[in-house]
Ligand binder design. Structure first.
Ligand code: KIV
Ligand code: NA
Length: 265
């Protein structure tokens, strides 16, 4: 199998082929997604919400991200694996960002890292890139800054924030990032950014005029019932399927139907 590289993502943008990306946090799920043909797997710090049940992405640690990334890498033959650098492990200084990113690359075997922000983290992005580690940017609604924003509502609706977002995207391209995630911004703005830079723009809640799309896998599979933003399309109702399966098991146990003779030694 030919592995997906950052260069291939660039070539996909150039020939107009959209890039597919989903999150993954564990071996079994990563294997399913990789074998299904996904281009990019993101070991997102959304693991903090989805896997650990925290309200925000802030509490997850670098060690925990590395654990998730190790598990995902073991399940992957083809996809490019990108790992989020968690809150508090890169904002302090560029050497902290480098140290954290090197740990992720060495200990997990991931292929790239992702960090949230533009000009504020330019030094960190530069330093990490100079070590030969591919960096994906993340602009718009950056969940590690939720306490600054106050809400998870659409970002960059006003001129000033939109202008900063465009200049941040150009800066990240200039520094050498291989792609940028744009989260929850108006689609016209996202389309403008995708035209303004040569590197692939991957959207989530950023409309169709970008170079690829990413979703949280538990959301798109419908395992979460209680998260329904406008941008989410559910491709399955696993919550119902799983509930029916578990209730079937409970019933069979209570009825002494399971296990039967064939299922016993
Ligand atoms: O952590 C995550 O799941 C993400 C995606 C929403 C882009 O950063
Ligand atoms: Na994230």
């Amino acid at each position: 199998i030919k592995k997906v590289t950052t260069h291939q993502l660039q070539a996909m943008k150039e020939r107009g082929e959209k890039i597919s990306m989903l999150t993954a946090y564990d071996f079994t799920m990563a294997k399913v997604l990789d074998q299904a043909g996904i281009d990019v797997l993101l070991v997102g710090d959304s693991a903090s919400n989805v896997m650990a049940g925290h309200e925000t992405t802030l509490p997850i640690t670098l060690d925990q991200m590395i654990y998730h990334a190790q598990s995902v890498v073991r399940g992957v033959d083809r996809a490019l694996v990108v790992v989020d650098v968690p809150f508090g492990s890169y904002q302090g200084s560029s050497s902290e960002a480098l140290r954290s990113s090197i740990r992720i690359m060495k200990e997990s075997g991931g292929h790239a890292v992702k960090m949230e922000g533009g000009e504020e983290i330019a030094d960190s992005v530069k330093r990490v890139l100079s070590a030969g580690i591919p960096v994906m940017g993340h602009l718009g609604l950056t969940p590690q800054s939720i306490y600054k924003f106050g809400t998870y509502s659409v970002r960059a609706k006003e001129e000033e924030e939109a202008k900063k977002l465009i200049s941040d995207a150009k800066l990240l391209e200039e520094l050498g990032c291989f792609a940028i995630v744009l989260e929850k911004i108006p689609s016209a703005l996202a389309g403008e950014v995708a035209k303004a830079v040569k590197i692939p723009i991957i959207g989530i809640g950023a409309g169709p005029e970008v170079d690829g799309q990413v979703l949280v896998v538990h959301d798109m599979l419908g395992i979460n019932k209680d998260f329904s933003p406008r941008f989410l399309r559910r491709y399955a109702d696993l919550h119902t399927i799983m509930t029916d399966a578990v209730q079937g098991f409970i019933k069979d146990v209570k009825d002494r139907d399971f296990p039967n003779e064939k299922e016993s030694y």
